[in-house]
Design a protein around this ligand. Sequence first.
Ligand code: A2P
Length: 292
Amino acid sequence: MDFKKLTDCFTLSNGVKIPCIGYGTWKTENGQAAKVSVENALRLGYRHIDTAFAYGNEESVGEGIRASGVKREDIFLTTKHWVSFRGFQKTVETFEASLKNLGTDYVDLYLVHWPAVEKVSPDWKELNASTWSAFEKLYRDGKIRAIGVSNFEVPHLEALEERADIMPMVNQIEFHPGYSQLLLAKYCREKGITVEAWSPLGSGAVLSDGTLAAIAEKYGKTVAQLCIRYALEENVLPLPKSLKPERIASNAEVFDFEISDGDMETLESISGLGFSGFLPEDAPADAIAAAE
Ligand code: A2P
């Protein structure tokens, strides 16, 4: 990989450029927390912000963007469709609601947050296809610069491919040492789908691991920096998050070292560390939506 700075980009299958590290906002509360942390990230040089309708913080993310003084067109903004709004019409409506929340008239990337799955919905293929057809329309209408999915495994991608006119440009999945999903990432790459990593630090759970600490120490880096660099070297776009400005800054200082082949093999082989427990087939998102 030859990224040298935060604004260097992956190129999506439709030619759109996406800055190589994004600032994640999952679990960041709407209000001051989201506004100030997004503003800080942009001031510290990030140009890629990742949110979702379900995070409940789109409004403050939008405020943070405006407060930063960085021009909208210089920012790559992602949000995600929530499972409660599957199907063509509801998808169009919830997308418009997200635009309003964010205070913008387009998004750079819109993702299907979770696939509908067989265990919960016998018509899962149809549900995913009709949601996706709204994505395709909004994309063709110029309201979204790139469209993709999140938490899709190979069977969900295969089923979508059978019915889609346009293949997803991105799949955002859980990815960190201890849960790297390398086979899924490889499948996506072969299909021209850029892979993004949610929880690249295992939501903080991998940061105290002794093996990771020993490897990071060799490079004079923190475990967080090692994890972020690991994603990049696997051709995966990391979306780390922190509320603390000094960590937001240090998480971007990953362009001055290279992980050796041997250490990459060790990182790839770690398993069972920091896994969130969220499997698409268990439909965690549908369970959350049902409990709302
Ligand atoms: P905090 O906001 O207090 O910094 P992930 O991006 O994998 O979801 O992980 C996010 C978690 O990791 C948050 O709890 C965040 O806490 C913590 N975190 C982020 N960056 C660092 C860092 N450089 N060092 C230690 N903890 C970090």
